[in-house]
Each structure stands twice: as structure tokens, then as C-alpha cells.
Design a protein around this ligand. Structure first.
Ligand code: F0G
Length: 466
């Protein structure tokens, strides 16, 4: 039978309900066509993010109860630290309340204005944290990673040519570190191959520049390596993780993804001086070095989550569920980035709504229509999130891809609910020609997609009457 089997049964449920289309229209207007501002009670299936939205296991809930709340050197930190060292293998483990805090502190102690940080593709918080220090966030994804239509096993790979060009153009002294995001969230949740990690690692070592992973979805990436890369079929997930992490000198991590927790993060580093500088800042901003902005019980839940995420049965189900959603969308003729990613399906809004120019945010239009029609919340990963000024010319540059991400929370929704999502996307395709573009009425100076307000271009309805 062609089904991704759930390696668990359900012990607790949470009621959700559908509200009427009229009510949803009210909500989206009040939210300025920004789905981040819609109350979660007004959403039926919420695929805004896979971050912090997963269901914890019975053992994680038990860990919460036994969390040690000592201010310093708690048992829960000891468990957290030893579990992370066992999987990741780095010398220093610095807890933070979530991933972006780890990024913010790492970049504060390592970057200066005018520095450059190459990555396959920077996630939005990573880009923003790099830019906040006055440095340049540079994407060096291999070309196939920017083409939604091309199939490939490792479309998260970095281009060694682009990386070398960056060193040529800016000089090694302006590049204090190189990052690699596994899996590559902003490029479709696509994995990076071990071979590519090894090449990037060798390149960086030759230049004397540290390589740091953005490891949010490291276990999903390891599963793809096991399934798709020559020589890894018989290797366990944990061994693959150890091999990956040995290629870098540290990582930033949001435990809200592959930590299977609702909050938490950490920064791992081999370098003593960087770790000391970050720890000084940690005490100032997040808390004592053995809790870093988290409760002892949160540390305990993350440690247990990290042990569970390495289970091959879990990963086969998890990534299989996302692939199954892709298969349904395919059957219904909804265009999406190929192949499906580890945590999400990314709809191709340029293909879906070819009549809406990128300056009028077609992916945001699709996202709003999906909510209005069916109460499903996805998120725009396109020009609203990633428009930026060219550092040389100052002109607005739209991102290459215009996507609607349907991120699947871990262990939360059933196959039936995801079938409903696929059907809802087909509904938006059906009314596609009646959809009109959006324009911005207000935006903040950074990370605008979270709080931006929009309206249909020229006023009136976003969905013209059929
Ligand atoms: N890096 C990547 C690749 C991410 O996907 C995220 C978060 C972060 C860093 C920051 O971690 O949220 O714990 O501060 N991604 C979420 C998402 C928000 O919806 O993809 P955080």
C-alpha cells in the first residue's frame, strides 16, 4: 500500500473548526491581506509554518514534568548538552530561546559592516541578522536550485563557482564565515548532499574560513542523504549526522523544527574565543549559559525531541506525508517546486497566476485566496519576503522564485486534512483568472512580511465576481 504510515497513535486531540467564507473575508480584510494577522481560531488547517507547531510525544511531555528549574547547572541542561554533543559533536553548546537568537549573537560577535556571508540561500531571519550588523548576506545556490521545474535530488547544493567568485570579488578578509542551510528552506526545503558539504568544507578550510551550518532541519537533510546519495543507504541517520557536522566548525539551530519542540534553539561552536564572546553576550541578553532564555523543562523537551527525530520510521512518515501532498497536487494540476521538500510543498505562484506581475505579489494573492476560499493558511515566500536592494545599483530586485509554502507541522495533521488542502489549492487554481494583484499600504523597515498591510490594486475586491 502506498501510504506513509504513522509510527505512533494519537493520545490527545485539539478541537478545530471551520468558519464561513463571509467571516474569512472579514478576517482577511481586517488583517490587511496579511495572513500572519489572522486569529488562529479562524483557521482550519494551519500550514503557516512547521516551526514550533509540532505535536510533542508522551516522552517529551513527561520530560516537561521532570524538568530541573535550577538557575545554574541544572540536570536538564546536562541532558541537553550531552545529547547535542552526541549528535552534533561540537565543543561548545550554547542554549538560546530560538534560532534567530543564536544567529543574532553569532553575527554580532563575528561580523563588521562591509563583511560578507555566503550561504546557499539565507533564510529571512538569517539575512536580516546579517544585514543588521551592516554586512552583506550573499546567496550562492547552484543554478538548478533556482528553477522550480527541474527535478533533482539535492537542489539545496551550493555553487562552488559562485562561492569562489564571492571570495574573488570581496577578498577573504571580508568573509569571516560561510554558512550552509540544511535543508534549504527558502529554496524549497531542498537538501544539500554530503558531497557538496564536503566540497564547501574543503574550500573553506583552504581559505581558512569557518563553515557554520544553519541546522534547523538537519535530520530531514540526513534522511535525504540516506535515501538519495550513493553510499549512504546502509548508514544510520545518526552516523550521517555525525559525518555532516564533522565537516563544519559549528551550527545555529532552531529546536522548533527538528528539535520537535515548541520553543528552543542553540548555537554550537568549536572555536573557544567565539564561544566565549557569544557567552558574554548571552548573559547580557538571554540568560545564564546553562539555560539561555529557556526553562529547564524546555531544555528537557528539546533533548528528548532530538533523540526522537533520528528515528528512520518517523522521518520516512514525515517526509512521505509531504511527498504525498505533492502527489495529490500533481494529480489536480497545481504547479509546485520539484521535488517536494522535507518539511513543505512550495507552490509556484508565477505558474499559477501568470497574469499578476511580481511587483503585485502573486504568491501573496494565492495565499490570501487559499484562506478566503477554504480556511487554509500557507505563507508567501516571494517578493513580499525577499525583495531587496541591489548592493551595487540600489535598484529593487525581485527574488527568482515566487512561492507559496505549505509547511506541514510535525505529527499534527492527518492525511485527510492534507487531501483537503490539495483540493483547496485546486479551487484557487480554478478561480485564478479572477484574482487581482495586491499593493502595500504600510510596511516596517525590516522583515516586512510579518506586519505589512496590503490592499487589492486600485481598491475593491481581490477576487472579482465570477
Ligand atoms: N533558519 C532557518 C532555515 C529557518 O527556517 C528558521 C525559521 C530560522 C533559521 C530561525 O529560527 O524561528 O527559531 O528563530 N524558520 C521558521 C519558518 C520561522 O517558518 O520557516 P527561529
Amino acid at each position: 500500500m502506498d501510504l506513509p504510515f504513522e509510527p505512533y497513535r494519537i493520545k490527545v486531540v485539539e478541537k478545530i473548526q471551520r468558519i464561513s467564507r463571509e467571516e474569512r473575508v472579514e478576517h482577511i480584510r481586517a488583517a490587511g491581506y496579511n495572513v500572519f494577522k489572522i486569529p488562529s481560531a479562524a483557521i482550519y488547517v494551519d500550514l503557516l509554518t512547521d516551526s514550533g507547531t509540532g505535536a510533542m510525544s508522551d516522552l517529551q511531555w513527561a520530560a516537561l514534568m521532570s524538568g530541573d528549574e535550577a538557575y545554574a547547572c541544572s540536570n536538564s541542561f546536562a541532558d541537553f548538552e550531552s545529547t547535542i554533543k552526541d549528535i552534533f559533536g561540537y565543543k561548545h553548546v550554547i542554549p538560546t530561546h530560538q534560532g534567530r537568537a543564536a544567529e543574532g549573537m553569532l553575527f554580532t560577535v563575528t561580523l563588521k559592516p562591509g563583511n560578507v556571508v555566503p550561504n546557499n540561500i539565507h533564510f529571512d531571519t538569517t539575512r536580516a541578522n546579517v544585514e543588521h550588523t551592516g554586512a552583506i548576506a550573499l546567496d550562492c545556490i547552484a543554478p538548478e536550485g533556482l528553477d522550480p521545474a527541474v527535478e533533482g535530488p539535492f537542489k539545496g547544493n551550493m555553487s562552488l563557482v559562485k562561492l569562489a567568485e564571492a571570495f574573488e570579488k570581496y577578498g577573504t578578509e571580508r568573509i569571516p564565515l560561510v554558512m550552509l542551510t540544511i535543508t534549504n528552506n527558502s529554496g524549497g526545503g531542498q537538501p544539500v548532499s554530503m558531497a557538496n558539504m564536503r566540497e564547501v568544507s574543503t574550500f573553506c578550510r583552504e581559505k581558512g574560513v569557518p563553515l557554520i551550518f544553519d541546522a534547523c532541519r538537519f535530520a530531514e537533510n540526513a534522511w535525504f542523504i540516506q535515501q538519495r546519495e550513493e553510499g549512504y543507504r546502509e548508514m544510520g541517520i545518526k552516523e550521517i549526522c555525525r559525518e555532516m557536522f564533522a565537516l563544519a566548525q559549528g551550527c545555529t539551530m532552531s529546536a522548533k523544527k527538528d528539535g520537535l519542540a515548541n520553543i528552543g534553539g542553540f548555537l554550537c561552536l568549536d572555536d573557544d574565543q567565539w564561544a566565549q564572546n557569544v557567552t558574554n553576550l548571552l548573559i547580557l541578553r538571554e540568560g545564564f549559559p546553562t539555560y539561555g532564555g529557556l526553562a529547564g523543562r524546555d531544555l528537557a523537551a528539546v533533548a528528548q525531541g532530538l533523540r526522537e527525530v533520528l528515528d528512520s520510521d518517523y522521518l520516512a512518515y514525515r517526509i512521505g506525508q509531504v511527498a504525498r501532498l505533492g502527489k495529490r497536487l500533481d494529480e489536480l494540476g497545481v504547479p509546485f517546486l520539484r521535488p517536494t521538500g522535507g518539511h513543505a510543498v512550495y507552490l509556484d505562484a508565477k505558474m499559477a497566476l501568470p497574469h499578476i506581475p511580481q511587483a503585485q505579489f502573486p504568491a501573496q494573492v494565492f495565499t490570501a485566496a487559499l484562506y478566503i476560499e477554504r480556511g487554509v493558511r500557507g505563507v508567501e515566500i516571494g517578493s513580499l519576503m525577499f525583495d531587496h536592494k541591489d548592493p551595487d545599483t540600489g535598484e529593487i530586485v525581485h527574488p527568482a522564485m515566487e512561492l507559496v509554502r505549505l509547511a506541514v507541522p510535525r505529527r499534527v495533521y492527518t492525511h485527510t486534512q492534507l487531501d483537503y488542502v490539495a483540493d483547496s489549492c485546486a479551487r484557487v487554481m480554478e478561480i485564478g483568472p479572477r484574482l487581482r494583484g495586491l499593493e502595500i499600504t504600510w510596511e516596517p523597515p525590516a522583515l516586512r512580511h510579518f506586519t505589512v498591510k496590503l490592499k487589492p490594486v486600485g481598491g475593491g475586491r481581490m477576487i472579482a465576481k465570477g
